[in-house]
Design a protein around this ligand. Structure first.
Ligand code: F0G
Length: 524
């Protein structure tokens, strides 16, 4: 019961009550490595193995000593946190460090320009804005080209070297005798209905790209997205594992402008593809949507479509990047070269809140810098920490990447073993490196009322999380949009002992689920 002197709960009280009902409203007072500590009734610290890792942020664990030391040192030196509209050489240094890795991992040499932001969603929306500026410029160029074609044709008709063809009239539904002015008027009417149209963004079913007004429209979960549909440009979600789905969407989204052209004294019409698609956003490993690894085949299909149609591919490395899958840019593992990359989460080393958008120079619009800014972006503290994070990943010939692969394989083996022991409970283990998911069979028809009701309410993963925390002092969560999948994203420092402990606790959970003993998951 609340003490009488207690302040009213004003910071998301509803969520607090939900967490309390699931046994998850623990207050953690200290974090180190893969451990979070809370205080028991006697004020003694209780250690909890944290496999949530700041939703994938903590490649180096909580409060890594080298990063903490750097942050303290920077603050002690009074590094300017607010020197907006001045030269930021450290931002350039971070961009250069990221470029060096990008070039090596993809074996390319084109520079990528960096625009900094403060969170994953802000990085994604910065990409949306940049893609839109680029698209609007291309629309303008296309419009100008159509106007130039009209002027050329008009001159040819005026000096008698060309006449309007039957096909052109028929193509526009004009009467037989319609002259060039009538043709231009109809072209202007048709093209005018297209010019000025907003973009459609493409992404995959199951995607998660953020929850701000723009980015949430790229997030597949309708519960998160639908109420805010009117606020921003819409996305189309391309089905995964359905051959031909992307081609179908591209065909449906194909929009053309018509322009006149003079050939052999005849004015006919040509089609120019209108840039209707803003960009294709893709996660190399879908995180929040349930830990789904992008296949090399689909990656290649997306890249080929972008090259054919001309829209940019935005690779969202917010969760999969920064070493978690064994590479800084996990897309390099499936050969998907983005026109843009977005990094966040791990870029700040678990200390700073920062994000970076990288745009390949051949697609970069430098005017973007004049129309976009963000008060806290590109600050010295975040950039210096980002530089250090890249240094730590790259140290000793990339030992951190190898460790992510090795630790990931060890963890995966444990999860696979649990899955093999409980095939009636676990449906699949998925993921890459230290970004793993374990999916349970649907329990919405379980004989246990507790399991059935929670499964139907989409809370079963959270009930399991409450049990693991209470009974095993392990913190793990489901992926929010796929509540049957627990996501496991520890740091590089995860020990064999911690992995084995997790395995034992999962077996405990699976035994309960196997017996459909729902009551055993609830606080006693
Ligand atoms: N993109 C991806 C792939 C993400 O996983 C997230 C966040 C974002 C963008 C947005 O980043 O929260 O810093 O604005 N994912 C969290 C999660 C919420 O549950 O994995 P943000």
């Amino acid at each position: 019961m609340a003490a009488p002197t207690m302040e009213p709960e004003l910071a998301e009280a509803h969520m607090r009550r939900l967490l309390a009902s699931l046994g998850l409203d623990t207050e953690y007072v200290r974090g180190e490595g893969d451990t979070l500590y809370y205080l028991d009734r006697n004020g003694a610290e209780v250690a909890v193995l944290d496999l949530v890792g700041g939703y994938g942020t903590l490649m180096f664990g909580h409060n890594h000593p080298e990063l903490v030391a750097l942050a303290r040192d920077l603050l002690a030196k009074r590094v300017p946190l607010h020197a907006q509209f001045s030269y930021h050489p450290y931002a350039n240094e971070l961009a250069a460090a990221l470029n060096r890795v990008l070039h090596r991992e993809f074996d390319i040499d084109e520079p990528y320009s960096a625009v900094f932001a403060n969170s994953g969603a802000e990085g994604i929306e910065t990409a949306m804005k940049h893609a839109e500026l680029d698209r609007v410029i291309r629309v303008g160029e296309l419009h100008a080209a159509v106007e130039a074609d009209i002027a050329t044709a008009r001159a040819a008709v005026a000096d008698g070297t060309a006449t309007v063809s039957i096909e052109a009239r028929a193509g526009l539904g004009l009467a037989e005798g319609a002259d060039f002015d009538a043709l231009v008027a109809e072209l202007a009417r048709r093209n005018g209905g297209i010019l000025g149209r907003g973009p459609v963004f493409l992404t995959l079913e199951g995607s998660f790209h953020g929850k701000l007004a723009g980015s949430v429209q790229l997030t597949h979960n309708a519960g998160h997205r639908a109420p805010f549909r009117a606020l921003a440009a819409q996305a189309r979600f391309v089905p995964v594992g359905k051959p031909g789905a992307l081609a179908e969407v591209l065909a449906e989204e194909r929009v053309v402008l018509l322009a006149p052209v003079v050939v052999d004294g005849r004015v006919t019409l040509v089609e120019h593809q209108y840039p209707a698609i803003g960009a294709f956003f893709v996660e190399p490993v879908q995180g929040e949507g349930g830990i789904h690894v992008l296949s090399p085949e689909l990656a290649a299909e997306i890249r080929a479509a972008a090259d054919a149609v001309g829209f940019p591919v935005v690779v969202d490395e917010v969760q999969s990047g920064m070493g978690r899958t064994g590479r800084l840019f996990s897309a390099s593992g499936v050969g998907l070269i983005g026109d843009y990359f977005v990094l966040a989460k791990g870029l700040g080393g678990g200390i700073a809140k920062t994000a970076a958008l990288l745009v390949r120079q051949s697609r970069y619009r430098s005017d973007f810098e004049l129309v976009h800014s963000s008060t806290f972006a590109k600050d010295a503290l975040s950039c210096h920490i980002g530089i250090k994070v890249v240094e730590m990943l790259e140290a000793d010939g990339g030992a951190a990447y190898e460790r992510a692969v090795e630790r990931g394989a060890r963890l995966r083996a444990e999860l696979d073993a649990v899955a093999a022991e409980f095939p009636d409970v676990v449906s699949e283990v998925r993921g890459k490196g230290l970004m793993l998911g374990i999916e349970f069979h649907d329990l919405s028809e379980s004989t246990s009322e507790v399991l059935r009701d929670n499964a139907r309410a989409g809370l079963i993963g959270y009930v399991a999380a409450g049990y693991l925390l209470r009974e095993h002092a392990i913190r793990v969560f489901p992926t929010a949009s796929a509540a049957h999948t627990l996501r496991v994203e520890p740091s590089l420092g995860i020990t064999d002992e911690a992995i084995e402990r997790f395995g034992r606790s999962l077996r405990g959970l699976c035994a309960i689920l196997s017996k459909a003993d729902g009551m055993a998951l609830l606080p006693g």
